[in-house]
Design a protein around this ligand. Sequence first.
Ligand code: AMP
Ligand code: GLY
Length: 427
Amino acid sequence: MRILVLGSGGREHAIYLKLKSEAGNQRVFQLPGNGGTDPQDKLDGTLNDFTSIARQIRALKIDLVFVGPEQPLAEGISEYLQKETGVAVFGPDQRAAQLEGSKVFAYQFMKKAGIPTAKSIVIENLPEGLAAIEKHSLPIVLKVDGLAAGKGVSIHRDRASAKEKLIEIFEQRIFGQAGNRVLLCEFLSGTEASLFALCNGSEAIFLPVARDYKTVFENGEGPNTGGMGSYTPGDHLTPAQIAFAHQTIVKPALQEFSYVGILYVGLMVHSSRADDISVIEFNCRLGDPETQCVMPYLAGDLTPYLLWACGRNNPIPKVAEEGFYRVPVKAGASLNVVLAAKGYPGDYEKDIPLKLPQKMPGDVHIVHAGTARIAEGQFVSKGGRILNIVATGNDTNDCRQKVYAFIEQLKTNNDFSRLHYRKDIGL
Ligand code: AMP
Ligand code: GLY
């Protein structure tokens, strides 16, 4: 099998490493990749140049493409590459990707399908929005309709700040076109959980539940980031809740969209009752940094599932639970800590030199995110989230010890006054 992974973040590097470790894969390429991508596998290009990607797929005789991030999916890369090159593409088509690309579209679908979610109002202009804020109970959640790099949601405990935000969106156009419409939502309380359904157009099989840490500092303090660490297995969804989500959320989505790829269901869990969950959002891709801990936790190869999802009739190992199937996993746990540039998610330190050891301690590996390669073992930072330190072990605590011990080791050769990481992942 010759596979191309599209994307350059930690998620895509983790997928690349997993696919590369599987014996049946002859070559795995990454476009554009990052500092961790083997130079002989790294393809030049940008994710918005579909023509050039199609050309490289033909030239390299690629069999299967894994699309990592949401933007190209929302722009229709999946059907474009299939039509132009005949390649199998893991990732939903443009219409299905609107579940992430448009919050209004996702809300309208959920309403039609009877999927539990926050009550919401679609706001088309400023006067309408200001009037709605006057009448709405607090707190108020505002979501811009389009893709906004994770910055499009704000929670307001007073009406004045909600109005201010709407002025920024509709008058100052801080989100551009993405802010043409806004969803005003009821505030949901509870614990958040992410569910990853791997879909083949008519059926789903579930990946392990992982916990993500969103705020930049410990104890939920500081602004939200893309995610500062993760671990799996997470215990914040019971099997009965997964079965409920399968029946009431994933199945209707499969039916409406013949969904192929990952349907990432962001949930709010209100209590331990099986049916007491609501959808916060849909994403049309895997989570970052959850993927970094999920990949090494899978018991077998990922490739068979990707082929199954793309309609190739090959068998897949699966474990039957009551009301759903899941992918077999290893015993123990897996955990990931993100090393970020100081200042992230605001203005952050740039071009930080990084020295990484050639030999890694047992059960620990590095997944690159915002890095570029200078020479063997030498890198420079090229983004806010830079590296993921991942360990597998007997349990979360064992993984924690391995990850943090390795970070201490990195301190002897690297300038940690320019780096930041959370110390409470897995606690
Ligand atoms: P989203 O991009 O829709 O996942 O929203 C980003 C974050 O905002 C979520 O992970 C939640 O922490 C929070 N959030 C979104 N919608 C709501 C809601 N209706 N009630 C409470 N928190 C929410
Ligand atoms: N870790 C959250 C996300 O990928 O959206």
